[in-house]
Design a protein around this ligand. Sequence first.
Ligand SMILES: Cc1cc2nc3c(=O)[nH]c(=O)nc-3n(C[C@H](O)[C@H](O)[C@H](O)COP(=O)(O)OP(=O)(O)OC[C@H]3O[C@@H](n4cnc5c(N)ncnc54)[C@H](O)[C@@H]3O)c2cc1C
Length: 432
Amino acid sequence: MAEDRTLVIGAGPAGLAAARALKEQGLPYDHVERHSAVGGLWDIDSPGTPMYESAHFISSRTMSGFPGYPMPEDYPDYPNHRQILAYLRSFAADAGLADAITFSTEVVTIERGDDGAFTVTTRAADGTTQTRRYAQVIAASGVQWDPNVIDIPGYTGEIRHSVTYRDPSDFAGRRVLIVGAGNSGCDIACDAARSADHAAISMRRGYWFIPKHIFGKPVDVFAESGPSMPMWLEQAVFGRLLRVINGDPTRLGLQKPDHKLFETHPLLNDQLLHHLQHGDIAARPGIASADGTVITFTDGTTEDVDLVLLATGYRHTIAYAQDLYGDEQHPDMYLTAFARTPGLYGIGFVETNSGAYILMDMLSQMVAQHIADRTRRPGAWKAFERHVATDRPDLSGGINFVDSPRHTGYVDAHAIQKYLKAVSRRMGWALR
Ligand SMILES: Cc1cc2nc3c(=O)[nH]c(=O)nc-3n(C[C@H](O)[C@H](O)[C@H](O)COP(=O)(O)OP(=O)(O)OC[C@H]3O[C@@H](n4cnc5c(N)ncnc54)[C@H](O)[C@@H]3O)c2cc1C
């Protein structure tokens, strides 16, 4: 069947991790990428990327590289997007992955036959299509390409999603409202604070703003180097520390967090507080209504703006095979990587509170060894498939994540790593 080959879709960090793992297992694979080069969303020239000029890593250089391939020593604590791209390209070259990638080739459909094989249709840049069959498919096509757009009834100014934002020149001479306070929303709000005629940010709830450094160390390095504490104690100790450092958020027009520390995706940003403290930007709660270019917020305040930039996140669409992967916001995959359909996998779908590349690598090694088991240890393969169908572990690590679409399927990095190690031990799989 399909020469027992695997197809990897996408040459961002997740696709590279998957390809390295398959190569290490000596498994035959093809690798396709619709853009003309390696790097995924970190290539600001890749059409449709959400990347913008002021973007930096949110997890530190020390905690974020691929296992066995640390980021260069001369990188800063939080590398910028060009440095991440250069790092990914070096990784692809040094791991011998680049030559195996077919660029400018997009997967357009995947169908599953009665024999369990996948018929994959690809389209090249010149429009020619090709069809091939594969025993296994790994989707590593990214989750930050399909914008989640909201409607603001009554608003007549320009509305754009942050996926189209590139640099602060977009804001020159304009009155701007950023909607949403994720990491990108806060970065872009800071650009607006410095460049727009007037800037405001709307956030529906209060958040914990975590500084990028504590006692001169990147915050994730600091957190890992301290003593291991139960989550309730960590929340109490670090929550108190943040309250001491940041003071009362309502002084700056922000709402008090309605949740404990760590119960939402970490927001690492010191600059937004700086700009609020200097009056460069106004903080507003959620939008209540709009009339022309005037937007009214839930506390009755208003902003007259000619540009609304929606930093409202993305849907985790897998457009070429949605029916096989299920729900487009959160594809249903065991441990975020094993689809409930045998032979189908996804890397890069893990939503977590730490650097993602270590997890991408662990999951890739597990997927590759499961694929190897299919022919080398069919009994082990079948046993694991039963697991995939039924096991639904709690990977929250005891954290009561806020009930929102952003946190559906969200996992605690320590909890999932511990579980992946236990599953791998049981299956006899080696992890780096
Ligand atoms: C501003 C910003 C900051 C971030 N900071 C961090 C951080 O600090 N730490 C961290 O761990 N993560 C961070 N992330 C998360 C980020 O998502 C990952 O770093 C990473 O780029 C995701 O990798 P990926 O390979 O899953 O997806 P992508 O990088 O999106 O790559 C997917 C690739 O698949 C290709 N593709 C898509 N569809 C097809 C198709 N049909 N056929 C062929 N190819 C296709 C795309 O062209 C792309 O090259 C950040 C993200 C953003 C936007």
